[in-house]
Unconditional design. Sequence first.
Length: 303
Amino acid sequence: MTCAPILLFVYNRPAHTSQVVQSLQLNQLASESPLFVYSDAARTDEDVQAVEETRQLIREITGFASVTLIERDENWGLARNIIDGVTTQVNHFGQVIVLEDDLVVAPYFLQFMNDALETYRDEPSVGHIQGCDFTQDPSLPDTFLIKWTGSWGWATWDRAWKLFNPDGQALLNELEKQKLTYTFDFNGKYGYTRMLRRQVEGKNNSWAIRWNASLFLHNILSLNVGKSLVQNNGFDGSGTNCGGGGLYASNLHLQPLEVRKLSPIAEDPKARNAYVRYYARTNSFTAKAIRRIQRTLKGDFGA
């Protein structure tokens, strides 16, 4: 097995970047994996120092088969950076593992991702691998197939990335035309369609919602984990799209997670129902109001 390249996207958070790199280095397959680090340029004068500190850190990374740095000369923004980076490397290598700087991975994360990439390489109905579980639902199996793509520690192949459509308006039109928005939103329990509509309106620039919609419309499944190999540490107000609280907290699974080819290759209805329950519990008006009050009392004024 040839290890997939790791793409790491960083900006102005040296402490977070250090954490994700250190967690990757604890993976046995790190020494066999090429690492590509994409460093975006500062968007504002206030970010210059933190961007430079981050770049000083990534210039000293060791412990991988190779380390390639791509330091942007101008600010590209996360969406353009990821779309360009994934397109470039997946077209060259045929497969990629993708991380952002606010993640921490488990010691067997790379083993799982590479095993999954190999196991499902020739399965056209599976286009995405997701290493993070934030539902903490004990009913979920160790691995399952679902028609949804998460963006916190993921992998894909060139055959699937070819389906990515950056045109949010076209994706939105098709979801509405096929009357799929209710299902796309987990039975109306989470506003993924609203997120896509806001991308079209220029109110966010999410690449992830467009990737999610692209695969959803092609009936492509994601292999997800019921035991999390990724933690997102970005909900501390330090990120562009993250703020406030432990709503998406996960407990790292520190043991190997077996990959076996599931049969049939179809969405697991019990897993989908687990996500519906999770979003119904956490995304209701009452739940959001309670969280906001609790955060305000703690002095956390994040989103």
